[in-house]
Design a protein. Structure first.
Length: 408
């Protein structure tokens, strides 16, 4: 992947130009934000933020109210001009003085979804979804295919001729999302788009966004103050505090290695069973090859203290599970291969499955879950011990690999 958005040392100071210059100097001297406001009357909304967003990445920017996240988002599309620093979109550096270039950049590369739906009440769903294309100068005939495709993707094709007041809050937000998708812009900037929705509808919209992202692969910067939402959605997460970016990483990295005490306290109450997935907590499977004999298999299971183990082909494709009692019986019968002893009914999970989803199966079946990819290759396993440790907040990766392939 390559970066489609780059921000370099972006600072935004609200205040008179003269005092803002003083404030910039004070920032460079390390003066605290509250003292700068006291001495200059200026608000340092964003302070020296640098980050890159990769093409196709869903990057979540989060922080408490007043942390500067929404101001920084507006710096990314030129709604707010940085006091210092630079923003580059698709290799083009934003320049507030070049108004035409900025408008062209927004039309071609950027679209934004706000917390408030921003629908025009006198226009139909179809016309609202096509409003961005209309602004671009596209004719009704040119707009129609893109609009109907976008409405179909968000499940509102049948409501194309309805008006906003006939829709629920969640459906209205879907129209806003369809409007963003219809433009075909590769970059979506989303400012707390789901925060006004009821919890159930909010979860549905989160799932909808993830589905659309899998289908379309847009580059998204999503702002939220909800940590659980950030952990669910973000490929990477940036945490802001008092205008500064204090940590960037995956949910696993932030939960396992918080950058400072502030981040540690911030993530302390996160629902780790929903924030983390099977790929983050899985351990080595210690798998057996299907070409092994039962005596070799029993010896391997004895060495690591297992009563069962997963069995794979040489290409690591999962075949099933072998239980030690079947292998011992086969030795007495003179068998020379474990292939016929394998039980092909096993509990499996995708590396993207949330821990809470995997936990249900492991708790019910009383066996580890085999984590497999789309080609059924065995990537690792998740045991009940791993799940309990994760929910309890113990560091990831501290599990004893000697118990990797066996009982929960």
């Amino acid at each position: 992947m390559s970066a489609i958005i780059e921000a370099e040392h972006v600072t935004k100071v609200f205040g008179s130009p003269r005092e803002a210059s003083r404030a910039l100097f004070m920032i460079g001297e390390g003066v605290a934000r509250n003292l700068i406001r006291e001495r200059t009357g200026c608000l340092v909304a964003v302070e020296n933020v640098s980050l890159s967003v990769e093409s196709g990445e869903l990057f979540v920017l989060m922080g408490l109210s007043g942390s500067g996240k929404s101001t920084f988002l507006r710096c990314l599309n030129g709604i707010v001009n940085p006091t210092s620093g630079a923003v580059t979109i698709a290799g083009i550096t934003l320049n507030a003085r070049e108004r035409g270039q900025l408008i062209g950049l927004r039309r071609q590369y950027l679209t934004m979804v706000f917390q408030q739906f921003g629908l025009l009440p006198h226009r139909t769903v179809r016309d609202n979804a096509g409003f961005g294309l209309e602004i671009q100068g596209k004719s009704s005939k040119e707009r129609e295919p893109a609009v109907m495709d976008a409405l179909d993707r968000v499940g509102l094709k049948a409501w194309a001729n309805s008006y906003p007041h006939e829709l629920s809050g969640g459906m209205q937000q879907r129209v806003g999302l369809a409007r963003a998708l219809a433009t075909g812009a590769p970059v979506l900037l989303m400012d707390e788009p789901f925060s006004a929705l009821d919890p159930l509808i909010r979860r549905e919209m989160q799932d909808e966004l993830l589905r659309l992202q899998r289908e379309l692969g847009r580059s998204i910067v999503f702002v939220t103050h909800d940590l659980n939402e950030a952990m669910k959605l973000g490929d990477r997460i940036g945490i802001m505090r008092e205008g500064a970016l204090v940590q960037v990483g995956t949910s696993e990295e932030i939960l396992s290695n918080p950058a400072d005490q502030y981040v540690a306290q911030f993530v302390e109450d996160i629902d780790r069973s929903r924030a983390l997935n099977a790929g983050a907590i899985m351990r080595d499977a210690g798998a057996l090859l299907a070409t092994m004999g039962p005596r070799q298999a029993v010896r391997r299971m004895r060495q690591v203290g297992l009563s069962s183990a997963f069995v794979v082909e040489r290409d690591n494709r999962l075949l099933g599970i072998l239980r030690v009692d079947r292998a011992v019986t086969a030795i007495g019968q003179g068998a020379d291969s474990i292939r016929s002893l394998i039980d092909d009914i096993v509990l499996t999970a995708s590396p993207d499955d949330a821990v809470v989803e995997v936990a249900r199966g492991v708790a019910t079946e009383k066996v580890p879950a085999a984590v497999i990819d789309e080609q059924r290759r065995l990537l690792g396993i998740v045991t009940w011990v791993d799940i309990v440790a994760t929910i309890s907040g113990l560091p990831l990766g501290d599990g004893d690999s000697s118990t990797s392939g066996g009982d929960s």
